[in-house]
Each structure stands twice: as C-alpha cells, then as structure tokens.
Write a protein that binds this ligand. Sequence first.
Ligand code: SAM
Length: 284
Amino acid sequence: MKTYNYFELKFAFKGDLEVLTHYLFSQGASGVEEDLDFFQKPGCPEVELQPHNQRQVKAYFYEKPLLADLSQFVSSYELKEKKSEDWTLEFKKSWPPIELGEGYWVVPSWETSPVESTKTLSIDPGMAFGTGTHETTQIMCQFLLENKKLLDSDKKVLDVGTGSGVLSILAYRLGAGELAATELDEQSQRVAQENFQRNNVPVQFLNSDLSSQTEGYDVVLANILEFVLLDLQPDLLRLCKSDLFVSGILKENLESFKNKFLNPKMNVLQEIKRGEWVGLWIRV
Ligand SMILES: C[S@@+](CC[C@H](N)C(=O)[O-])C[C@H]1O[C@@H](n2cnc3c(N)ncnc32)[C@H](O)[C@@H]1O
C-alpha cells in the first residue's frame, strides 16, 4: 500500500461549524469531519448517535498548517503528523459490529463475529454505503426481518443500489432463493462483489440501467434518494411482481413523494420511520 504523511487537527467545539469549516479550508484543509460515535443498547437493533456536549472535530491537511487565528474559535487543540495507514486503523476502530435484530449481525470483515456464520453479514464497506449504521439501511433491514415469509427459496429478489451489498446478504440469510443486484458506482460494485464472495452469497450483478432489464422479481429493494426513486419508478413497477420496499425518503417529503410515486393500484402495507427517514412497503 502507498503511504503518505498528513496532519490531523483535533479539537472540541461548540458553535457554528460552518464558519469554522470555512476558516479551516482557508488554511488549506483538504477535509473536515465531525466525529460521530454510534452505540447500540444490548439486544436493541436501533443504532443511535452518542450524545456530545461538544462537537468533536477533525481536519486533515497535506502540509503543516499555520493556524494563526484558530484561537479565536477554540481554546485548545491537538495537531499530529500521521501516516495514511493510521486513517484506515482509526476507521476500523470506529466501526463496531452492529446487531440488526433477531440475532443477525453486520460484522466488519476484520472482526470476529459474536454469532454463528448463518446470522453473520461480514462486510468490508470500502468506499461503499451500507455498514448497517445508517437509518435508511436499518429501515430496510427491519422490513426484511419482519417480513421474512416473503423470502422463500422460490422467491427472486432484486436489490437496486446495493452499495456494500448488505441488503442482498441479509435477504439471502433470511431465505431468498435467487438474488440480483444493481449499483451505479463502480467502486461500490467491486466492494459488493467482494462482500458477496466473502459471505458465499450468489448474487447476479445486473446492468444498472433498469430499462434494459426484462425479468420480473417477487421482491424489489431500493434504498436510494427520493429523486432517484421517482426517476426509477416506471422500471421498479415493471420489474416488481409483488412487494416493493423503498427507503431514503425524508419524513417532511413523505406526502409529496407518495403523491408522485404511487398509483391507484399500489397499496402501502407498512411505513417505518427512523430519525428523519421513512421507508415504505408497497404491494404493487
Ligand atoms: C443509500 S445507498 C444504499 C446502499 C445499501 N443498499 C443500503 O441499504 O445500505 C444507495 C446506493 O444506490 C446507488 N445508486 C444511486 N443511484 C442508482 C441507480 N440509478 N442505479 C443503481 N444504483 C444507484 C448508490 O451508488 C448507493 O450505493
């Protein structure tokens, strides 16, 4: 692996992050992030954010920054020189195994699973979306766990925008017989393929242009941003024979989304809300 040195600036902060971020970029920062710690109460599938009295902020620089005016914003800070490998290590520490519910766990590929392999989803997310911590993914996992009767071995499932592959792997663990997935992003396609192999889950990768697909699927999963769901609606409807699960809709847009997405033949059977997000189970 190619390594390089960089500088990490770390401090706690109360106040308007936007002004501070602007200042850090003006000092040459190549990235600014807020440290968000996830935690899970034992036996509870909900993953929550650790409350912070103060925001823990990190900024990254390729060159040592001068930071002349930083004291206007914070009383103390830490600046360290690091190697690129450290970032990988820190990322690994910040991502614990997550219980999805009913004893199923998403476990980072470098950790030992706390449960047997049939209940383990071993994931290396790389740059792909889907470590199980995001509320939109949790909504989809809850739909699958609560409706696993839909996932018999004779059922075909399509996972649109598979990201790290987490939903396909869960659908397979819950009994789905045949799986197909699409993903627009090339890096995520590679990550998902690796995760499918790591979990011994047979998934057929389809061209992400759904208009070129003709085969029907009993269950279609799509956790994608609203505007993409609206764009894909005609193809999702055409390819879905029975149960369509969508997530990634902001609560405040739910009614307008439904008005645009649903037609009179579609029935919403279940709505799940988590944080600011909503998911829908639609019988088409
Ligand atoms: C919110 S992530 C969901 C990932 C994963 N399915 C999960 O639930 O955690 C949405 C994914 O859809 C992909 N995507 C966006 N538009 C797409 C499209 N038109 N076709 C296929 N994938 C798409 C993105 O690259 C991203 O990986």
